[in-house]
Ligand binder design. Structure first.
Ligand SMILES: *[C@@H]1O[C@H](CO)[C@@H](O)[C@H](O)[C@H]1NC(C)=O
Ligand SMILES: *[C@@H]1O[C@H](CO)[C@@H](O)[C@H](O)[C@H]1NC(C)=O
Length: 499
């Protein structure tokens, strides 16, 4: 027994990083290592991977994403004595494509929806009643035609499946706010009905089609060209060998982009982790730290859901908390903290989620910055952790939401504009990061990791028998609607416009 206990210590002393003699991690010490130039090196790397990709992105299943994953694995393998690196491969349905829409011979700007099938058709438009969230919203005339549906309240995928069930041959979804509309049907298929070729258009174009329809039939030609195939993809997990393995501090961000290089979304969360992980190796941790790099978040939290679904309960119970960093360097940023105590949005998490919010609030104060709560909806990779009762928190500098005048006073930038004007667009490139926000927030990542790696004193213990509150599902939302709560479900906090 003794020999077995001593061997790792000898190995530790012999290694380049003998954590045996290392100082215990301290928030102020770990933060001091972070530099803007350190962050930028990775920014250019991720851009390079996207540029070399045939589609110019780092979408899951493509070469840009594969290179990102390889880069992360190689990074952690620099410290084999310090980190145990695991990769988790699995298969998921990949989708990509383009769409073209012509109405009465004139081109209308349109966008592809992930998981839409291919198809070319010319048919009349039939508007769905209400928001197309219920089978009865699709009139009998929908059969054989193209359904015209407003965005809002329920998932795009449900609207399209219901249109398919009503016999529609195609679907056009128009935005319910300014700007173009693209998104995902959320799942490769649905029980409510078959998907039909689908495209997204602006609110303005949608309104103008509705006006045209009042004057008589409107003929549209829809051409959706899509690839749908199974692809293997990978999560990466790197856990410190040191520290209490029964009290794990886990953090994560996602490795895939959707349209462009995805440098803010979510290169920023990946890069912050890489830099913090590098400097953490100089210190001893009392609690184990696990860095996580999720694949296919843009396809609906696929990587993080796979991880939790395949993690035995006894292993889940060792995770004390999970910190999520998804979009932490938006050009027109706010310093947003997930509202774990529910004071801002009335959605709370497992015990401890509030403490994480307070830790970040204190951090921002300590560096002379203001902060605001953002909705704790579970609509990013922390959602699957909440589902199994793990306390969570994290940061978000904003996506397609609009900065308020009050926020412009607090953070600078432009009121009335998106926090990230290049959200889910080609322009999310190496130029699409606010370096101040990136630097301050990477400091916040270091601060939170160091705080909890050093001590979880005062942080609520996991109670594996506590009842867990599942995230709201679309069905819950519909139930709420039926009961007269008409509050619009919106996607702030999670950036994917899946609703
Ligand atoms: C992907 O694999 C699953 C499971 O084998 C299968 O049901 C599905 O049809 C496949 N999808 C495609 C697009 O081949
Ligand atoms: C907060 O949510 C709870 C449970 O969902 C609800 O009962 C309560 O009325 C809500 N409070 C506010 C202020 O909206």
């Amino acid at each position: 027994m003794k020999v077995i206990a001593i061997t790792p210590l000898i190995a530790g002393i012999a290694s380049a990083t003998p954590f045996f003699f290392q100082p215990t991690v301290e928030p102020a010490l770990l933060r001091r290592h972070i530099t803007r130039s350190g962050l930028l090196k990775h920014v250019y790397k991720l851009q390079e991977f996207a540029d070399a990709d045939e589609k110019g992105n780092r979408g899951f299943g493509g070469t840009g994403h594969k290179k990102t994953v390889d880069y992360i694995v190689k990074w952690f393998k620099q410290w084999p004595q310090y980190y145990k690196v695991e990769t988790q491969d699995f298969v998921h349905e990949y989708s990509a494509g383009s769409s073209e829409l012509k109405v009465e011979g004139e081109v209308v700007d349109s966008k592809f929806f992930t998981y839409s099938p291919s198809g070319v058709l010319t048919e009349e438009l039939v508007p769905a009643a209400n928001l197309g969230c219920d089978a009865s919203d699709f009139p009998a005339e929908t059969t054989g035609k193209i359904a015209l549906i407003s965005r809002g309240t329920c998932e795009f995928g449900l609207k399209v499946a219901l249109a398919g069930a009503a016999g529609a041959k195609g679907a056009i979804i128009y935005n319910n706010a300014a700007g173009e509309l693209s998104g995902t049907l959320g799942a490769p298929s649905r029980p409510q009905g078959p998907y039909v070729p689908t495209t997204g258009i602006s609110q303005e174009d949608g309104q103008s089609l509705l006006t045209d329809l009042q004057a008589g039939p409107v003929l549209a030609t829809l051409n959706v060209d899509a690839v749908l195939e199974n692809r293997t993809t990978t999560n990466v997990l790197a856990t410190t060998r040191g520290g209490d393995q029964k009290n794990i501090v886990q953090l994560g961000g996602h490795t895939d982009s959707i349209v462009g290089a995805g440098i803010n979304d979510d290169g920023s969360g990946v890069i912050a982790q890489l830099e913090v992980a590098k400097y953490l190796t100089k210190y001893k941790v009392n609690n184990a730290v696990r860095f996580s790099f999720w694949t296919a978040e843009e396809f609906g939290l696929v990587g993080s859901e796979y991880y939790i679904a395949n993690l035995p309960k006894a292993e889940q119970d060792k995770i004390r908390l999970y910190l999520n960093f998804d979009m932490i360097a938006s050009p027109n940023y706010m310093f947003g903290i997930y509202d774990g105590d529910g004071s801002g949005f009335n959605l709370t998490g497992p015990a401890g989620s509030d403490k994480i919010e307070y830790l970040f609030e204190k951090y921002y104060k300590s560096v002379g910055e203001k902060s605001v709560p953002t909705e704790f909806s579970g609509r990013s990779d922390y959602g699957p952790f909440l589902d199994v009762g793990i306390a969570a928190g994290g940061l978000f500098t904003g996506a397609e939401g609009i900065k308020t005048p009050e926020e412009a006073k607090m953070f600078g930038g432009k009121a009335g504009e998106w926090y990230d004007p290049n959200y889910h667009q080609k322009g999310d490139s190496f130029k699409n990061v606010n370096m101040k926000a990136f630097y301050v927030n990477t400091g916040a990542v270091a601060h939170s990791v160091a705080t909890y790696a050093k001590s979880l004193k005062g942080f609520p213990k996991r109670d594996p028998s506590a009842p867990v509150k599942k995230r709201q599902t679309v069905e819950d939302e519909l139930h709420a609607l039926e009961h007269g709560h008409t509050k619009e479900v919106h996607s702030c906090g999670h950036k994917l416009p899946s609703l």
